[in-house]
Design a protein around this ligand. Structure first.
Ligand SMILES: C[S@@+](CC[C@H](N)C(=O)[O-])C[C@H]1O[C@@H](n2cnc3c(N)ncnc32)[C@H](O)[C@@H]1O
Length: 184
């Protein structure tokens, strides 16, 4: 019998997201990408560790669109944002392949950390097209994907994705692909 199980979005328990943070402290990682007043899209935001840091840096004139297809993550993020008094986060429980609530060419910085290896493969190409649609012509995107047995991403797929952008910087670590890109 042929196994033909459709691959779905990978979702993680909230504790798993917390553990990941122990290995990747958010502040150091993101401060150089954004400035006050900008608009950021955090795609596959998880419970919002990065979104919350962006919200603080961007201030009340800026805005973060936080998107995750796991509703538990969005609820956890909304709770934290409320507690910290951040009114500049708009959180959506949605697939990154449908960002119709974000206007064309409106985003200064797209942050997609771990999304493209977790999204259901059949949605991935559309999600990448959405990233291109929402980025400002002079905007920047950070894309990363795990290189692991559990990842939906392989080297050829990763190369195809980043070749669709202008590559500013890339790093291929043993366990992670990452790249800073802009529109071509
Ligand atoms: C590896 S986690 C990264 C979380 C977060 N970006 C971080 O760095 O802490 C990947 C996230 O992508 C989300 N995800 C998976 N498929 C998705 C989809 N189709 N649309 C939006 N988010 C998705 C998962 O729920 C998960 O929160």
């Amino acid at each position: 019998m042929t196994k033909n199980k459709e691959k779905r979005d990978k979702h993680f328990p909230l504790i798993g997201h917390r553990i990941a943070r122990l290995f990747e402290p958010p502040k150091k990682f993101i401060v150089s990408y954004v400035t006050k007043g900008q608009v950021v899209a955090d795609l596959g935001c998880g419970p919002g560790f990065y979104s919350l840091h962006f919200a603080k840096i961007l201030g009340p004139e800026g805005k973060v669109y936080s998107v995750d297809s796991d509703e538990r993550c969005i609820k956890a993020l909304e709770k934290k944002a409320k507690k910290r008094g951040y009114n500049n986060i708009e959180a959506y429980s949605s697939c990154a392949s449908n960002l119709s609530f974000i206007e064309d060419n409106s985003i200064d910085f797209v942050f997609s950390n771990g999304l493209l290896c977790s999204i259901a493969p059949k949605q991935r190409e559309t999600a990448v097209e959405e990233i291109k649609r929402i980025l400002k012509p002079n905007g920047l995107a950070f894309l990363s994907a795990a290189r692991a047995s559990y990842s939906y991403m392989n080297t050829e797929e990763w190369e195809n994705i980043i070749e669709g952008f202008k590559i500013i910087r890339r790093e291929d670590k043993r366990s992670l692909y990452s790249a800073e890109v802009s529109l071509k």
